[in-house]
Design a binder for this molecule. Structure first.
Ligand SMILES: [Fe+2]
Ligand SMILES: [Fe+2]
Length: 308
């Protein structure tokens, strides 16, 4: 089997190796929006009618901040935790010396993604004067830990690797559209473009990594992994509603109105459909290796609404 690898020309092509620091210059951004409005489910709710243009702009900006901060936390706390294990050879799977070195390339990429995500948040805050609300990654981490404890209680590091596989192989199609969206701040398009270019390689690396990992699992462990994967996909794709609530309240919405907006814009069937759509590559990968031929895994797919 071929071991997972990143780009052959990583030293030349990776963002951290050669891309310039992306700077917000106000005159370049005139008339543009910080983030695509269509990516903020609650922005067009009628309950926001009284907010006015300024209030809506602040909400859009908060959504942008939250997305970028989520990214910075995810890269450093989830992805790089797993990448370091692979690089150090601390996994049951021997990926070979080249792929171990590549895991440190991914580690460097993700650290840089975290850096530029926070950098652009701070630059936008300075120019727009919309204050960044505190961001709590805790609920997401708890969700991931709960799934790990439930399905792989004696295989903590394997569970952490599967979390990386899930995050790195889900389809971030909406993200890849941002660099071409001419309504969006140029600095945001540039930063997202840098990110997407690196992630294409990570996606390929972890797809191959999972196939190799699966091939080496015992039948008993395959059942546990097959049951856990749909939950990890669900954990990584479901939006956190805490930050949405905080943003709505900070925009001046009354608590009951904020709850109404959340209820209307984040209905269960909408969330399940979004997970199915963005998770289809990862779920397809599980299917490809035969994970979903296991009846227990089919049951978990049904529980989550992800079965065909
Ligand atoms: Fe990344
Ligand atoms: Fe990545």
């Amino acid at each position: 089997m071929t071991h997972p690898r990143v780009a052959k020309d990583w030293y030349e092509s990776a963002g951290v190796r050669g891309a310039p620091r992306r700077m917000l210059e106000e005159d370049r951004e005139a008339g543009l929006k910080v983030f695509p409005e269509a990516l903020v489910p609650h922005l067009c709710h009628e309950g926001l009618a009284d907010l006015g243009a300024e209030g809506r702009r602040a909400l859009l900006t908060q959504h942008f901040y939250q997305y970028m901060q989520f990214t910075a936390h995810l890269e450093t706390k989830v992805v790089n935790r797993g990448a370091a294990m692979v690089a150090h050879g601390e996994t049951d799977l021997d990926v070979g010396p080249g792929a171990r070195l590549d895991a440190f390339k991914i580690y460097s990429d993700e650290a840089y993604h975290a850096l530029f995500s926070l950098d652009v948040v701070q630059q936008v805050e300075k120019v727009t004067a919309v204050p960044v609300l505190p961001y709590d990654f805790g609920p997401r981490m708890e969700r991931l830990d709960r799934t790990a404890d439930r399905f792989l209680p004696e295989h903590g590091s394997l569970a952490q690797l599967l979390q990386v596989v899930a995050f790195e192989t889900v389809v971030t199609r909406f993200l890849s559209r941002i660099p071409r969206d001419e309504t969006v701040f140029r600095v945001v398009r540039e930063v997202v473009g840098d990110h997407v270019r690196d992630e294409v390689h990570h996606h390929a690396y972890f797809t191959r990594f999972f196939k190799e990992l699966w091939a080496g699992l015992s039948p008993a462990l395959r059942v546990k992994v097959a049951c856990g994967m749909p939950h990890f996909v669900n954990d990584c794709l479901r939006p956190d509603l805490g930050p949405v609530r905080a943003a709505l309240l900070s925009a001046g919405l009354a608590a009951d109105r904020a709850e109404e907006v959340i209820r209307d814009c984040y209905r269960e069937e909408t969330l399940v459909a979004a997970v199915r759509d963005a998770g289809r590559h990862t779920l397809g990968l599980c299917e490809y290796v035969g994970a979903f031929d296991i009846p227990e895994a089919q049951e978990q797919l049904r529980v989550l609404g992800l079965a065909d």
